[in-house]
Write a protein that binds this ligand. Structure first.
Ligand code: COA
Length: 393
């Protein structure tokens, strides 16, 4: 029985900063951003957005889709919420989401963490659960806000977004294979201690560890599966910035006796980079927004095509896995809604970006009402006695 992704949708906030505007104000050459790291814009969250509101906005398209097709959303009996922008050390962000989506009480909810990798653990754990309970569906969430110190090299690689996926038996989008390649090693390339709101990163080292991880995970994959590099039509990589995927793909290709020229190699990843170039890094969600980007921005019928995925989370865990697109997958896409959302984003000037960056959720235990900034259906209206308050608009 095939198991995999039945539906997928993503959300990003409705403000963005053009990296030319950042470059003009921090003395960098804009080409370093647009060419060197391959980024044009980054999404910026308003004060009334967090990982829960982003996740709820990403999920709504899936829930509405189920209802429109006469399917019961109560078949979702598990929510796996992957994030490294946790809002609470104890309560899972997914429990707030469960309430906002009005799912039934017979639904287990848990949060997963391992830097940008944990959504992949969530997805693969979901497939294992569905293989055991084929009538049940799992809602997998990846939701993050990538935040680095101002004036640091990482500042241009910020961004935010969320992806929601329904994992089911007989999926209508992608069937996932059980064989995967895994590589874990204890390194300090990127981390965020509990007392910090920004990540600590050894940026150049992190790119080296990423490349080491992709090679090692691929080597393990070769021991687990008979598939070779030539069996793949497209690749989706973790996307801290789009140039990283180009480097990783060339690195993987160079280690394999492939017959593709540079243009053909580029065609295997270029559509997956389009949304990342204009939304920026979204940690756990980044590779999956890459998958949505590939599907939304490729007009050819990809049914039967095989995609290779490399998921990387600093610290570090890397996993290579694979899936095949199902005939008729186009019926499940939300391309128009994604485009409308991206087109509606409001560009920020540098002063407004600085102001929005400076906002932090108050920690004094008082009652605080947040300014309405988002146009999303769900918003964080404030905080009262350390309790976050959400609203469906
Ligand atoms: N025109 C074109 N390219 C330019 C340029 C210009 N004017 N100026 C610089 N570049 C190129 C550099 O040659 C380099 O390319 P290369 O990597 O192929 O050598 C690239 O732009 C980046 O320049 P660099 O000087 O290395 O940038 P940086 O010191 O600001 O650091 C990161 C870049 C990615 C390390 C930094 O943004 C970062 O720390 N990001 C967060 C961590 C991260 O995303 N890690 C990824 C793994 S998860």
């Amino acid at each position: 029985m095939p198991v995999g992704i039945d539906d997928i949708s993503f959300y990003t906030t409705n403000f963005s900063l053009d990296l030319q505007e950042l470059a003009a104000n921090n003395g960098s050459d804009a080409a370093k951003y647009t060419v060197g790291i391959g980024q044009e814009r980054m999404s910026v969250p308003g004060a009334d957005e967090d990982v829960v509101t982003m996740a709820a906005n990403a999920s709504m398209a899936l829930i509405d889709g189920m209802s429109a097709r006469g399917e019961d959303p109560q078949a979702i009996t598990t929510i796996l919420f992957a994030t490294e922008t946790g809002i609470d050390q104890s309560k899972a962000a997914g429990v707030y989401l469960h309430s906002l989506l009005k799912l039934g009480p017979r639904c287990r909810v848990v949060e997963l963490k391992q830097a940008c990798y944990s959504a992949t653990a969530a997805l693969l754990l979901a497939t294992a659960w569905v293989a055991r309970k084929p009538k049940e569906k799992v809602l997998v969430i990846a939701s993050d806000i990538a935040r680095y110190e101002r004036q640091s090299p990482g500042e241009a690689t910020q961004g935010c977004g969320a992806v929601a996926m329904i994992v089911s038996a007989n999926p209508r989008l992608i069937e996932l294979d059980p064989e995967t390649g895994i590589h874990t090693e204890d390194v300090m390339d990127f981390w965020r201690p509990n007392y910090r709101s920004t990540a600590l990163v050894d940026g150049k080292y992190s790119t080296k560890v990423y490349l080491r991880s992709v090679r090692a995970a691929w080597q393990d994959f070769q021991h687990q599966s008979d598939l070779t590099f030539g069996d793949f039509d497209y690749f989706c990589y973790h996307l801290p910035f789009s140039r990283m995927a180009q480097k990783a793909h060339n690195h993987l290709a160079n280690g394999n006796a492939h017959k593709l020229n540079a243009k053909a190699l580029d065609q295997q990843i270029s559509a997956s980079l389009m949304y990342n170039r204009i939304t920026g890094n979204s940690y756990t969600a980044a590779m999956y927004i890459g998958l949505v980007s590939l599907l939304d921005n490729t007009s050819a019928d990809l049914a039967g095509k095989r995609i290779g995925f490399f998921s990387y989370g600093s610290g570090s865990v890397g996993e290579f896995f694979t899936g095949t697109l199902v005939k008729g997958y186009q019926n499940m896409l939300h391309q128009q809604a994604h485009q409308t959302m991206l087109d509606a984003r409001q560009p920020l000037n540098y002063a407004d970006y600085q102001k929005m960056y400076a906002f932090e959720v108050p920690t004094d235990g008082g009652d605080h009402v947040f300014e309405q900034q988002t146009n999303g259906k769900f918003r964080l209206t404030g905080i009262s006695q350390h309790k976050r308050l959400y609203q469906v608009r």
